[in-house]
Design a protein around this ligand. Structure first.
Ligand code: COA
Length: 166
């Protein structure tokens, strides 16, 4: 008997305030591993965002133009596992930059597993050249007129320059 393989749908979620080359690296690699990759922009964050939800969504869509693979960008509110279910996915993709990410990631993965035992979290090791990047560090460098080329996609660098009037 031939069993039909269902498409593998994965979710990569974050605040993306703003998208960095570290996120983009994970997105590009994950899009080659799964049949569909859904990027979920969290509507709420702990810190208060620099960019509005619309701006974050626009930046992501612009930066991901040209990436081969089935990628969709959308927003979500509430629990990640509820969003994952609502889009018919079974996988959450996370990037691991360094051992310092481990505790936080383990806590999230275990809580998500407790909330939804049918959903798995898979981790991709961030590429070496992106391992030191975070959205806050990029904002700090941009705010202080430092060079952020190579840390974020060009469209994001332009938005940061406009924002900080560099
Ligand atoms: N490369 C570079 N930077 C990365 C990165 C990568 N591969 N992965 C993460 N980062 C950075 C982000 O830019 C961010 O930087 P910042 O703190 O300087 O802004 C930081 O690491 C944290 O990112 P992330 O872990 O993705 O957190 P987030 O706040 O962007 O998103 C959610 C976290 C939205 C996925 C999580 O809060 C969530 O699931 N929320 C929904 C509510 C919920 O379900 N809660 C229960 C879950 S346990």
């Amino acid at each position: 008997m031939v069993t039909k393989q269902l498409p593998i749908v994965a979710v990569y979620a974050g605040t993306f305030d703003p998208l960095t080359n570290g996120h983009k690296d994970i997105i590009e690699r994950a899009s080659r591993l799964f049949d569909r990759l859904i990027i979920g922009i969290s509507e709420k964050s702990k810190q208060g965002e620099l960019f509005s939800l619309n701006e974050r969504e626009e930046m992501l869509k612009e930066a991901l133009e040209g990436i081969v693979g089935s990628i969709e960008v959308t927003r979500f509110d509430g629990l990640l596992v509820h969003f994952v279910r609502s889009v018919g996915a079974k996988l959450i993709v996370r990037g691991l930059r360094a051992t310092s990410d481990y505790d936080y990631e383990a806590q999230m993965a275990l809580m998500n597993k407790r909330l939804a035992s049918d959903i798995e979290t898979v981790f991709l090791m961030t590429s070496e050249n992106c391992s030191f990047i975070s959205s806050s560090i990029v904002k700090e460098v941009a705010r202080n007129r430092g060079d952020i080329s190579g840390l974020v996609p060009i469209n994001v660098a332009r938005r940061l320059a406009q924002h900080y009037k560099v």
